[in-house]
Ligand binder design. Structure first.
Ligand code: ASP
Length: 345
């Protein structure tokens, strides 16, 4: 049977990868996407067909927000049937959030959506942009038995493809800017592309793509620190319309046992605010009840984020709060892996 060339849609949202230095100020700013392609003639010799689409006004990813996530998801939705894979060029600063968001928004995804970017602009002599872009396209184009090998949202950076919702940006300087400390990488790029098949999400091809666009942003992230005051916590928890809290705790999900703290948390839960426990550590998992300093949280009804990243927890909370889930089922659903974003312990 004749092997069909993969059809890849390259979506440019902004970020360093497509920036140039302003000659007057020296600051990096986005430039016209068409120039990006002229800077990488190698794209023309790849064994796939590439179509490009760009945000009208490309953004630095520090300006990323849920409206842009919907915009990216809609581009994928509108082009889903006509392409075998999607590569999203994105700034690295908030790439892990966008990768997590897309993973939840694109339900029953059975094609690759690969996010990538770079630490240095594409025009820079020492740029990491070319390798990141070219290999991302090759990974998105990978097929076996005429179906895509990757069927999930991935993030490719510096020779590794990670599950997008498992990543965190860990370095603002190194080319190796991302890590996925609680889940192995999916592909490693060396002389050959080494696919870690056992770690890939499998898709049920009989389900068609559903794009979930309703995200609730009435949430807050609270990072605990020794010395946090009752007034600060009380003020945050009484924000009008607050629906969810990501509580970044110490170690395996521990917090102070001071009574005022536990009372504020319990009362917020009684008021209907959902509280998710995630760890401040980059690796490892929340295990509520392992120490006395987390038992009260468990009793109060705090939800365990297990080994989820803060980025994925924030977006999962936005996504689930936007789905009108029965409050009685919310805990069970949050604690269940929906897109491979957490490991239950
Ligand atoms: N500030 C840039 C952005 O996130 C950094 C990058 O592209 O890596 O858009």
């Amino acid at each position: 049977m004749l092997k069909k060339k993969s059809n890849i849609l390259l979506i440019y949202t902004g970020g360093t990868i497509g920036m140039i230095k302003d000659s007057d100020t020296g600051a990096l700013r986005s430039f016209d996407f068409n120039n990006l392609l002229t800077r990488i003639p190698e794209l023309k010799i790849l064994d796939c067909d590439i179509t490009t689409i760009s945000f009208e006004n490309p953004i630095d990813s520090s300006n990323m927000n849920p409206k842009y996530w919907v915009q990216i998801a809609e581009i994928i939705e509108e082009n889903y049937i006509n392409f075998d894979g999607f590569v999203v060029l994105h700034g690295s600063d908030t790439m892990s959030y966008t990768a997590s968001a897309l993973s939840f928004m694109l339900e029953h995804l059975s094609k690759p959506v690969i996010l990538t970017g770079s630490q240095l602009p594409i025009g820079d002599l020492r740029t990491d942009a070319k390798e990141n872009l070219i290999t991302s396209i090759q990974i998105a184009a990978l097929k076996q038995n005429n179906t895509s090998v990757i069927k999930e949202v991935g993030l490719y950076f510096e020779y590794k493809l990670y599950r997008g919702n498992r990543t965190t940006k860990i370095n603002a300087e190194h080319f190796e800017a991302f890590e996925s400390l609680n889940y192995p990488h999916l592909v490693e790029s060396g002389v050959h592309l080494k696919v870690n098949k056992k770690q890939l999400l499998q898709a049920n091809h009989s389900n068609s793509l559903i794009v979930r666009k309703n995200l609730c942003t009435d949430i807050v992230l609270i990072k605990l620190f020794p010395g946090i005051t009752e007034l600060v916590l009380k003020t945050i928890l009484s924000v009008p319309d607050l629906k969810g809290v990501i509580l970044e705790t110490y170690g395996a999900g521990n917090c102070t046992t001071e009574q005022w703290f536990i009372n504020l948390i319990s009362n917020a839960i009684k008021k209907g605010i959902v509280i998710i426990n995630v760890t401040q550590c980059s690796g490892g998992s929340v295990i509520m009840g392992q120490y006395e300093t987390s038992t009260a949280l468990k009793k109060a009804g705090v939800i365990s984020g297990h080994d989820i990243t803060t980025e994925a927890a924030i977006v999962k909370l936005m996504y689930l709060l936007g789905q009108n889930i029965n409050p009685k089922e919310f805990k069970t659903i949050f604690e269940t892996p929906l897109r491979g974003e957490l490991t239950q312990n």
